[in-house]
Design a protein around this ligand. Structure first.
Ligand code: ADP
Length: 580
């Protein structure tokens, strides 16, 4: 009952399965003890019956009193344990699940994040886990406990008198069949409600984002009316969903209780025909009211369990996505990067076709080509930000798809256009290049990257916070910070994407100086946009439509008079020297 399938179905951790077992165990005890408690009533009743029918003396009162005290105490203790095993442990499960999901996300290839938007992932990490928490704490222990204790009681009742037992219990499977039959209905209703909820939040977000335009064009009323309609619709789908589930849950509960009526009917019949005595019927009637009680608690929860399946599925989807993993040691022989017949597709769209080239250590290899030809894709693949769909990429002879991405990235510095800066000081933003670098090392890197003169102009120098994603810095300044980071890291491979943003000449010279310090002796793969870079490169790889069109030293390619030569001539004619 608590195997792998169970674990998957409820997206539980290993510990979570153990907790569910514990919860179910204590629930079984609670249910059995409460049921055993009715034996006190049975005892009293049979005493009275003896007095009434045979004129025996009234039974002593102390035995039932002591038994009652005993059962109350046992019941208290088992309830306490049940509470601890269900609620108490679940909070730990919530925490471990979030951490486990986050850890899993950290290891997923970046391509995954392109497919699912971040709001959606956050919703899974927070919302779905919350919904599951309720299922874990309320459903698992109670429901599965009730299954087991009812099975035990059913066996006992069957042993006593199978006809009466069937009269008692036939309602339980019928009620469950009814509920499970309504399962699809519940899932559909939950899907509809979720969609309506998304429409409402989209509408609100849209209204907030466009508040200025809406006011300026006097469309407030029209907008609000639309929003109102969406909210009404959400309300309607919610009521409808809950109502239909409510009908099934209540119907199930009523059907289960019909067992009382059939027990009385069958029991009366059997008493009249002299097959059983009244006390046995009385015992059955006492027990069945207790059999229904745990199910009453869980019937409503079953509906919730159906709805929560969507959440569990979404969590399992994250667990099931293959991670980009590999041994954590990366020990290449040298740092030549070799693309060997590399194919790559974003989703279904193939963007690289059998790309082969080598970027040698100590050389600058420039990727050039029209926009959309696959330059950035090559750079991302070289750092295993995505995994190739065909062919291999080797660094120093090691196939990078076999290396743990974190270990691999220790050997890379990336200076990309979209530098990520954190809302922290300049100093800390540079220090990100190498954790544990001393202030002196950070300052040296900053100086080498020509950050000094603009940092001096900031109000608190290196201790100035730079705003969210470097809002207070210009494009050139941000780039110099990212170069300083890379210098600090001093990794043997540098991936560089030259900014297309037109920098002023002075800025450009400073960046160029900083770069030449960074690039010396490294394996450099640069997405080139400037003529100067292209001419100074040791090797050019011209991409067109995701294929290598030409490759070689700049002078060779110029002589050949192919695509590269045409691009250079075109660029020379236009005012800017952009190649992008
Ligand atoms: P370049 O850097 O030469 O401009 P890219 O490598 O960015 O070219 O893009 C190559 C092709 O891949 C383009 O057709 C582009 O639309 C597509 N592409 C780039 N990034 C993505 C992505 N994250 N998802 C889907 N398609 C992408």
């Amino acid at each position: 009952m608590f195997g792998k399938k169970f674990q998957m179905k409820y997206a539980l951790t290993d510990q979570g399965v153990k907790n569910a077992q514990k919860g179910a165990f204590w629930t079984v005890l609670v249910n059995l003890i409460v049921m055993a408690g009715v034996s006190v009533l049975y005892l009293l009743m049979s005493g009275f019956m003896g007095t009434l029918t045979n004129g025996q003396a009234l039974p002593g009162i102390w035995l039932p009193v002591w038994l009652t005290v005993l059962f109350v105490m046992l019941s208290f203790l088992t309830h306490l344990q049940q509470y601890k095993a269900t609620y108490g442990l679940v909070y730990g499960e919530v925490k471990t699940t979030r951490l486990r999901l986050a850890e899993r996300l950290r290891k997923l290839p970046l391509g995954y994040f392109g497919k699912r938007d971040l709001a959606d992932l956050t919703e899974t990490l927070m919302g779905d886990v919350n919904r599951m928490e309720h299922v874990w704490s309320h459903v698992l222990g109670y429901l599965y406990g009730a299954y087991i204790s009812t099975a035990i009681v059913a066996v006992c009742l069957l042993a006593y008198d199978w006809r009466l037992a069937i009269a008692c219990l036939w309602g339980v499977p019928v009620a469950f069949a009814l509920l499970f039959g309504s399962r699809r209905l519940a899932a559909r209703a939950s899907e509809r409600t979720k969609k309506a909820a998304v429409r409402v939040s989209d509408g609100i977000q849209e209204a907030l984002e466009n508040v200025r335009e809406i006011r300026a064009t006097n469309q407030e009323e029209r907008y609000l009316a639309g929003l109102n309609q969406k909210i009404d619709e959400h309300e309607r789908t919610m009521i409808k969903g809950e109502l239909s589930m409510g009908i099934f849950v209540n119907a199930a509960s009523v059907i289960m209780r019909l067992g009382v009526a059939t027990t009385v009917l069958v029991g009366a019949n059997r008493i009249l025909s002299g097959q059983i005595d009244f006390m046995l019927l009385f015992l059955f009637l006492l027990v069945i009211t207790r059999v229904y009680a745990p199910f009453d608690q869980s019937l409503a929860l079953i509906a919730e369990m159906f709805v929560s399946q969507v959440s569990a599925d979404r969590m399992n989807e994250i667990y099931d996505t293959p991670t980009a993993e590999g041994p954590a040691v990366f020990a290449p022989k040298g740092h030549d990067i070799v693309f060997d017949r590399v194919d790559f597709a974003y989703d279904q769209k193939k963007v690289l076709h059998s790309v082969s080239f080598t970027a040698r250590e100590g050389e600058v290899t420039a990727l050039v080509g029209p926009s959309g030809s696959g330059k950035s894709t090559c750079a991302r693949l070289a750092a295993r930000l995505w995994d190739v769909t065909g062919g291999t990429i080797r660094v120093g002879g090691v196939d990078i798809s076999t290396v743990d991405p974190e270990a691999l990235l220790c050997d890379y510095s990336m200076v990309f256009q979209d530098v990520v800066l954190f809302d922290d000081t300049v100093m800390e933003n540079i220090r990100l290049g190498r954790r544990g670098a001393t202030d002196a090392e950070v300052l040296a890197a900053a100086r080498a990257a020509n950050c000094e003169e603009f940092v001096r102009r900031l109000p608190k120098g290196y201790d100035t916070p730079i705003g969210e994603n470097g809002a207070r810095l210009s494009g050139g300044e941000r780039q110099r910070i990212s170069i300083a980071r890379a210098l600090l890291k001093d990794a043997p491979i540098v991936l560089l994407d030259e900014a297309t943003a037109s920098l002023d000449v002075e800025n450009e010279t400073k960046i160029q100086e900083a770069l030449s310090r960074l690039l010396a002796g490294k394996t450099v793969l640069v997405i080139a946009h400037r003529m100067r870079t292209v001419e100074a490169a040791d090797k050019i790889v011209v991409l067109a439509g995701g294929r290598v069109a030409e490759a070689g030293a700049p002078s060779e390619l110029l002589e050949q008079g192919g695509l590269f030569r045409r691009m250079v001539e075109l660029q020379r004619q236009s005012a800017g020297w952009k190649l992008g």
